[in-house]
Design a protein. Structure first.
Length: 332
C-alpha cells in the first residue's frame, strides 16, 4: 500500500462512488462546498501497490474549537471491501497522524461505517468514543425493488398519505433558480415551528450550485403555492435526503409523502440503488423517525463517532472545556 499524491477529482469520486451506499459527505464535491465556506480540506488516499487502485479515502475538514485545532472526517474514512479493514485503516491513520502533528492538530474526529475494535489497533493509536455529529442510525430504502414492492413494504399510513396527496392534486417538480426565495421562506417556517437548526441562506445557495447536479431541490405545489421542499444529494449508488421543509399552510394534503415517493421513483429511473433518509432516532425525533421509517427502509445502526487522539494532554483539556461550554449553553 502507498499514499496517493496529487489526488484528482475523478479518481477520488470514482472510488467513493463504487462503494455500496456511497457517502456523499466524503465526496470531492462536498469537500469543495466546505472550501467555498472557507474551511481547509485535506484529502488523504491510499492505493494498493502495483495496480493503482485506490482502496481508502477520507476527506478531513479542519475546524477550530475554543482555540484548538482538530480534523473532522464525516461518514468516513471509507475502506474498500476488497482489503483487510484494520490493515488499511492503520495505514491511513499513520499518514493522518504524521500530517496532524506537523500542524499541531490534537485529534481527528471520524465516523466509520465499519466496527472499531480496540484490539485490532493495540496501543498504537488512542481511539475513544465521542459524541455523535451525524446521526448514528438511518433508514435506507432499496430502490432495486419494483414500485409495487416498494409500496407494499411501506407503512399503511404512508401509502394512504401518498395517495391522498395525489388525489388532492399536489404536484411535484424540480426547482429552478427563481424558486429559491420560496424555498427559503418555508425553511424558516419549518425552523420556527419545529426548532430544527437552520444553516445560512448562502449555505443552501452554494449547495445548489455544486457541480453535476450533485444536490437537487424538489418542490411540492398545491393551490398555486409551494408548500413543501426536499434537498437531496445524488452520489454514487445512493440518493440521500439532506434537508426538508414544509409550510404551515395546507399541511393536511400530506405533500412531504408524495415528495419522497417522487424522488424514489426518479432514483429508480436514473439507476440509483438506495434512498437514504439520513438520520432516525426514536428518542430525539420521534415524529420525524415515524415519518422516515414509514417508507419501509432497513434501519441501520452505524458504530458512531470516535476521536483519534494525537495529543493526550491537550485532548483532556479540550474535553473539560467542552463540558463547561455545554453547561453554559444550557444556562444561556
Amino acid at each position: 500500500m502507498q499514499i496517493l499524491d496529487n489526488i484528482i477529482k475523478e479518481r477520488w469520486d470514482n472510488f467513493l462512488g463504487e462503494q455500496k451506499q456511497s457517502q456523499f459527505l466524503q465526496s470531492w464535491e462536498w469537500g469543495g462546498l466546505a472550501e467555498k465556506e472557507n474551511a481547509e480540506v485535506l484529502r488523504v488516499g491510499v492505493e494498493d501497490d502495483g495496480n493503482g487502485e485506490p482502496i481508502v479515502a477520507a476527506a478531513l475538514i479542519k475546524k477550530k474549537v475554543l482555540g484548538f485545532s482538530y480534523w473532522f472526517c464525516p461518514c468516513g474514512p471509507v475502506i474498500s471491501k476488497k482489503v483487510e479493514v484494520a490493515k488499511a485503516t492503520e495505514y491511513l491513520f499513520d499518514e493522518i497522524e504524521k500530517k496532524a502533528k506537523n500542524e499541531n492538530v490534537i485529534f481527528l474526529r471520524f465516523e466509520p461505517r465499519f466496527e472499531i475494535r480496540s484490539r485490532e489497533f493495540g496501543t498504537k493509536f488512542k481511539i475513544v468514543r465521542s459524541i455523535d455529529i451525524e446521526p448514528s442510525k438511518t433508514s435506507i430504502v432499496n430502490l432495486q425493488k419494483t414500485e409495487d414492492e416498494l409500496l407494499r413494504i411501506m407503512h399503511q399510513k404512508t401509502r394512504y398519505n401518498i395517495r391522498l396527496a395525489e388525489k388532492k392534486g399536489v404536484k411535484i417538480r424540480e426547482a429552478s433558480d427563481e424558486d429559491f426565495e420560496s424555498f427559503w421562506r418555508i425553511m424558516k417556517e419549518t425552523v420556527d415551528r419545529d426548532g430544527f437548526r437552520l444553516h445560512s441562506k448562502e449555505h443552501y445557495q452554494k449547495m445548489l450550485a455544486l457541480d453535476n447536479n450533485f444536490v437537487k431541490l424538489f418542490l411540492a405545489e398545491y393551490d398555486g403555492k409551494i408548500i413543501a421542499a426536499v434537498l437531496a444529494a445524488f452520489f454514487g449508488d445512493t440518493i440521500t435526503y439532506v434537508h426538508g421543509a414544509s409550510a404551515n399552510e395546507f399541511r393536511n394534503v400530506m405533500s412531504p409523502y408524495l415528495l419522497h415517493w417522487h424522488i424514489m421513483k426518479l432514483g429508480k429511473t436514473l439507476g440509483y440503488k438506495y434512498y437514504d433518509l439520513n438520520g432516525v432516532d426514536e428518542n430525539k425525533w420521534p415524529g420525524v423517525t415515524r415519518f422516515k421509517v414509514g417508507f419501509g427502509g432497513i434501519v441501520i445502526n452505524y458504530p458512531g463517532t470516535f476521536d483519534l487522539v494525537f495529543n493526550k494532554t491537550w485532548y483532556n483539556v479540550y474535553k473539560v472545556l467542552r463540558i463547561l461550554w455545554r453547561r453554559l449553553e444550557k444556562i444561556f
